[in-house]
Ligand binder design. Structure first.
Ligand SMILES: [Zn+2]
Length: 366
């Protein structure tokens, strides 16, 4: 029942059209029987470029030996469980869990990119930084996160090192001095990371927007540099009571949720990030869970995820859908809700919401 939606060869004219090409662009050339599946996988050949491919070429679990573990692994890793415990629960080796984790993170980075390519103009966004560390607490990291205020959609997150020296003369300061003697002075990437998440926001919005942050001095300059006169910047003192009427309540709660759902962000835990790039990977998983799978508030309907409330998808996505199709073809990637893979991200959106409401950005060169 699977029909290839396009030729997988990026240089082929049968790949490039946003709409699926005519059905007759390929020949069927039998099938093969993988050991991990009950049913055979069909193979095809493109009539234009003569390249051979199979159904698996379009799927996230291409070349996986235990494809059935992807969905439970996504659920475990967005529920505060660590990589080793996930490996024990799924009966996998820890290295294969690490590989699956990185592969899922890659797909879900593209998935969020594809589904949130455009955000409404005139909205209000809230940004703050979360602090954590890599390997040892003397090596702190910062993680700026920006969300849409009304729907709590997590738009972007970034990770970078920061330098926080303990008071001179303390044992902690001596450890920091030894550490910097070994590795060189710890760079402060806070401003660069804030700049990166604001650029991610800027790429998705055409017109004006309001940004709410705390009173950290560098934010105003960075935000004006990114948005210019499209920006309205509102600040709140971080000393203000952190109750529901605090303008930063949505971002404070979002960051608390990330600590709850991601084991490596918990305080006093063994599940420490060893390499900062893996924290980025973890955030890719968590953002898809938070935006597309989990409802916004517990009092909302099950279906009311941030992305649905913002109109990016017509309903909530299920864990098996987010790890179903490859997503590295931009708006040409199969839509996660498409059971047969025959609707691209661009087509899926137009069929649901009508043409003209949303123009997908074609990400080229990925
Ligand atoms: Zn082709």
């Amino acid at each position: 029942m699977f029909e290839p939606p396009r030729c997988p060869n990026r240089d082929c004219p049968r790949h490039l059209a946003l709409e699926s090409p005519a059905r007759a662009f390929y020949w069927r050339v039998g099938s093969y029987q993988p050991r991990c599946r009950d049913e055979p996988v069909p193979r095809f050949r493109c009539k234009t470029c003569r390249i051979g491919f199979s159904r698996q070429t379009f799927r996230h679990d291409y070349r996986d030996r235990r494809p059935q573990c992807n969905k439970p692994l996504f659920r475990l890793l967005t529920s505060g469980v660590g990589l080793r415990q996930s490996a024990r629960l799924l009966g996998l080796g820890v290295q294969s869990v690490q590989k699956k984790f990185c592969k899922i993170a890659r797909t879900l980075t593209f998935l969020h990119e594809n589904l949130s390519a455009e955000l409404p103009t005139g909205g209000t966004y809230v940004m703050d930084e979360e602090e954590t560390f890599e390997a040892a607490s003397i090596r702190p990291l910062t993680m700026p996160v920006v969300i849409h205020r009304e729907t709590w959609l997590v738009v972007a997150a970034s990770v970078g090192s920061i330098r926080r020296l303990a008071p001179a003369g303390t044992a902690r300061r001596r450890r920091q001095a030894w550490d910097e003697g070994d590795r060189g002075r710890r760079p402060d990437e806070s401003s660069a990371c804030v700049y990166e998440v604001l650029l991610e926001l800027d790429r998705r919005i055409e017109g004006r927007l309001t940004l709410q942050t705390d009173k950290k001095v560098s934010y105003a300059a960075i935000a004006t540099g990114v948005f210019g006169d499209r920006l309205r910047h509102e600040t709140t003192a971080s000393t203000r009571l952190r109750a529901t009427h605090n303008p930063l309540f949505p971002i404070n709660t979002t960051l608390a949720m990330s600590r709850d759902n991601c084991g490596r962000l918990r305080r006093k835990s063994w599940l420490v990030t060893k390499v900062r790039e893996r924290l980025r990977a973890q955030m890719a998983l968590w953002m898809v869970y938070r935006n597309y799978v989990r409802r916004r508030f517990n009092r909302d309907q099950t279906d009311e995820t941030p992305a649905r409330l913002l109109g990016l998808v017509p309903r909530q996505l299920f864990p098996e859908e987010v790890v179903r199709w490859r997503q590295d073809w931009g708006a040409r990637s199969p839509h996660p809700m498409s059971l047969r893979g025959d609707r691209s991200i661009a087509e899926g959106h137009q069929k649901t919401f009508g043409p003209g409401l949303w123009t997908p950005r074609v990400v080229s060169g990925l």
